[in-house]
Design a protein around this ligand. Sequence first.
Ligand code: 2HA
Ligand code: ZN
Length: 278
Amino acid sequence: MSILDVKFVQGFIRLCNDGWLQGWHERNGGNLSYRIKPEEVEEVRQYFHEPGEWKEIGTSVPDLAGEYFMVTGSGKYFRNVILDPEDTSCIIELDDKGENYRILWGLCNGGRPTSELPSHLMNHEVKKKASGGSHRVIYHAHTTNVIALTFVLPLRDEVFTRELWEMATECPVVFPDGIGVVGWMVPGGRDIAVATSELMKKYDAAIWAHHGMFASGPDFDTTFGLMHTIEKSAEILVKTLSMSPTKLQTITPQNFRDLAKDFKVTLPEEFLYEKEGQ
Ligand code: 2HA
Ligand code: ZN
């Protein structure tokens, strides 16, 4: 038995490798975190070393005080996670105020948790509350086609949501709440973390203009599936726009309302606006 036999550890590693195979993680791009369940902490506790020193998170997440997370390491490459999880990822514990963390396992050759730790933890705090505790995964990827679209579409939630919904019938069923957009900001700090977590109160996915995407979900499959669905939809939109600046036909607002009824999802009317020439 080793920590690598534990199910959530395997799920974490598999997501990293799947993201790498998709081409979303050039060099050290992207990061992943998982909020570990109390019973899972007990499964891995035997592998913890003497706790490292408490270090500042860079923001405050009081509603996550005392929780444990598995996170990728700053400067580590997703393509290496499957080869050496103990070098490229770590398990951390937060203090009783949610202001400091310490490493309990991993990053065995030194290093720090992801540079986006403030964004990950603020998103976890918001999604834990919004989902009644069910959301546990926050995933950041450099999704090529979504990034490309942030150069040609207005950086507005309603534009990205509607355009991406139109590209594949399953999209409004997979992300019925829509998708948020953050204009370009310096990554890695508290400001972008605050802006992203504000959007995550409403959405399960947020786009960072000219950078990538954040997705949230209850488990690795759902979260990876959300990222994959949105990025595939963006790929179809990039192909469509490359063939023609206008569409000959598309899924209409009434089509979406009919779909919502049959699939029993609520699609906010703010995304079903009339467009000129449709
Ligand atoms: O880990 O993706 O946003 C590198 C990044 C920062
Ligand atoms: Zn990034």
